[in-house]
Design a protein around this ligand. Structure first.
Ligand code: ATP
Length: 324
């Protein structure tokens, strides 16, 4: 059977470790089926500008272990308007690209979903974001690596915190989602975890500071940046005023969470999802995200994944109180 596909692949939104493994898998799986792959640099910005590069098996050698994305990424306002997407479509047409694989997060998939409704081009999404906040998949590429980065960093902070008997408020990424804070908090034995999904956590924190903090050598409070008080700095300042007897410090982990060598889990999931994206296109799928649920590959309609929200695990949240 002849396959009439010329596939564009891009990375968009925030970069995440493991994106390169996904690009590699897309290119290699396509090459095995004699499908041409064109790399689109700098996400939708590059699509609008026609910043395209032909990719083959050799050009993805030696990238599986590298963080970041060899195709680079961007946030592109122009793509949010119909005129921008028309320019992007014209560029795809002029290079005879007739399918696109988007490796990115919620915003990137919103753009893909809109464009696939406007133009007859199949878009396949591969979830690539450290936040793990996409509906329809247990994993997003980069989450596992980011989690391990946070755990390594907090273990170091714990050493100094316990030497001085300090309370550290450690801020991690997650403007709208607390997956990193919750799971790294469990892994680090944090004394408190503050996430955007839970309201009124400050009362629980006060209770901890009133009753338990004095009995501890040190305390680590993991704070997602989008938590209701506005992140680690405002909440630490408030607690410093209310509890002058404690030595309270703040650390913001910031962009180190995005970088670094991808973990084995991220490389494996990215490889599986990259291959599945090419298989989905061969099967004539349109406008879907590849996900992993219960360790199996699944297909989720793109419009569903962008409309619905994934909640943090309530089971995990429930056990945190029992572990302090
Ligand atoms: P991350 O979760 O890591 O931030 P993301 O994919 O959600 O990744 P965004 O910055 O939200 O990152 O989106 C990436 C790009 O997707 C935007 O710069 C824009 O080009 C496109 N995009 C986002 N929302 C829309 C939209 N409503 N319509 C069209 N395009 C969009």
């Amino acid at each position: 059977m002849e396959i009439n596909l010329k596939v564009g692949v891009l990375t968009s939104g925030g970069d995440a470790p493991g994106m390169n493994a996904a690009i590699r898998a897309v290119v290699r799986a396509a090459t095995h089926r004699n499908i041409e792959v064109i790399g689109i640099r700098r996400g939708y910005q590059g699509m609008i500008e026609g910043d395209f590069i032909k990719m083959d098996s050799a050009c993805v050698s030696g990238i599986i272990q590298r963080g970041g994305t060899i195709l680079q990424t961007a946030r592109c306002m122009e793509f949010m308007a119909p005129e921008g997407r028309k320019k992007a479509y014209d560029q795809l047409n002029s290079f005879s690209i007739n399918a696109v694989i988007v490796i990115g997060g919620d915003g990137s998939f919103t753009g893909a979903s809109i464009m696939s409704r406007e133009y007859d081009i199949p878009f396949i999404g591969i979830p690539g974001t450290i936040d793990n906040d996409l509906y329809g998949t247990d994993y997003t590429i980069g989450f596992d690596t980011a989690l391990n980065t946070v755990v390594n960093a907090v273990d170091k902070i714990r050493d100094t915190a316990s030497s001085h008997g300090r309370i550290f408020f450690v801020e991690v990424m997650g403007k709208e989602a607390g997956f990193i804070a919750l799971q790294s908090g469990i892994a680090c034995g944090a004394e408190g975890i503050l996430i955007p999904e839970e309201k009124g956590q400050i009362e629980k924190l006060r209770k901890f500071l009133d009753e338990r903090a004095k009995l501890k050598k040190s305390s680590i409070i993991l704070v997602a940046e989008g938590e209701e008080e506005g992140g680690a700095i405002p909440i630490a300042n408030k607690m410093k005023e209310e509890y002058p007897e404690f030595d309270i410090r703040t650390t913001i982990l910031g962009h180190i969470q995005r970088g670094g060598t991808p973990s084995a889990v991220d490389r494996i999931n990215a490889s599986r999802m990259g291959v599945a994206a090419i298989e989905a296109l061969i099967d004539d799928q349109k406008s879907i995200m590849i996900g992993i649920v219960n360790n199996e590959i699944v297909h989720v309609p793109l419009n569903k994944t962008v409309k619905l929200c994934k909640d943090v695990s309530r089971d995990m949240l429930a056990i945190t109180d029992l572990l302090v």
